[in-house]
Design a protein around this ligand. Sequence first.
Ligand code: FAD
Length: 408
Amino acid sequence: MSMDAGRIAGTARIVVIGSGHSAGRLIGQLKSLGHRGQIVLIGEEAHPPYERPWLSKTMLTEPEEPAIPGVLSDTDGVTHLPLRRAVAIDRAAGRVRLDDGSDEAYDILVLATGLAPRRLAIFDGMEDRVLCLHKLDEARALRARLARGGGLALIGAGFIGLEVASSARQLGLAVDIVETAPLPLMRALPAALGRQIADLHAAEGSRLHLGTGLQSAETEAGSLRLSLTNGHRISAETVVLGMGGTAQDGLARDSGLDTADGVLTDATGRSSDPQIYAIGDVARCRSDENGQNGIRLESWRNAEDSAIAAAAAILDAPPPPPPGAPSFWTEQLGQRIQFIGQPVADGELWQSGEAFRPGYGAFLMRDDCLHQAVFVNAPKVMRAAREAFRRDGRIAADTLSALGFRRI
Ligand SMILES: Cc1cc2nc3c(=O)[nH]c(=O)nc-3n(C[C@H](O)[C@H](O)[C@H](O)COP(=O)(O)OP(=O)(O)OC[C@H]3O[C@@H](n4cnc5c(N)ncnc54)[C@H](O)[C@@H]3O)c2cc1C
């Protein structure tokens, strides 16, 4: 964008669809960079932007409902339209159609629509006791159900499912985890770490049903009876679906933007239409490092980084430093577990410390290069990993031995 265009962008009418984490951070950043134009925030939820990670953690375990941190503090000049869903984009006219029949004109449009959690038709009609955990209202409903006690069945052993399992065990509920893959977190972690996580959840008292699916579900005397494809049966008062989600890119696709499980963007979040950006979980970012297929990340860090990069591009401000290797954290098994980088096939796993206890570190190496680091309250390991990722990923053998790592 030229300087003149940048000045125009400083007063542009910016419409943001989706009122989640990345939307809130984007608006805050636009304002702190001096944007003076009107901003319209369209969100189907009743709440202003808030941070979701707490929904599967303290929200479920604290005796009093905790305040969930908001993302947007300065709402001056922002028109928030809660409980409104955007249903179509007319790119030729530069307008967004809403579900109440009204429409909003934009100079710049930002898609921050996140994910839609996967659901299972097998549970149709059982929605009062079969919950997803994506929104604050769903977390409140789950909190109320967990407070009643009884059994909890989790469908899917991804991060959210495992966090809910730990939270429910902390509250003393009986927990069953059903996962079609042979191990938890198969997409996110090397198998050896998935095995350790499975063993630790079992030691915490959860019953794991791995490598099996759901055959049928029925209600019986106030409980749900689930039949698994391996022939086992489970009884639970509450079911949580933790099977991940799909990018909410339908609006973009229907309006002719380039999409591929997410809205394809450049490193600044710009889509195939220069007036439209996509940020957060819904964006699939192409860059020199990510390649032409791009990468779609689902994390707090990416919601922040992508929003900050897009705000700078929209206002023609200097770009922020590149975000570096993707990072993520989870809280389960009584620990805060941190991750940097991405899993690779055929990697070598090096470990130090006791699995998933404070001081623990695991490095996934290939060709002397670090691809993924996992650690729990291990500042030296974290520094070594960050340092390696800042360079070219290479780690000297004496650094590994100084950290007490051994190959497993
Ligand atoms: C329970 C839970 C726990 C998590 N824990 C962690 C964690 O520990 N660590 C971590 O790094 N990340 C975690 N995450 C992930 C992180 O919260 C997300 O990556 C982040 O919220 C993505 O931000 P976003 O703005 O892309 O989407 P979201 O925050 O999901 O917001 C999208 C918003 O858009 C709205 N919307 C969608 N379509 C429309 C439409 N057509 N019209 C209007 N509104 C629409 C949705 O209702 C939603 O409000 C967690 C997520 C969840 C759900």
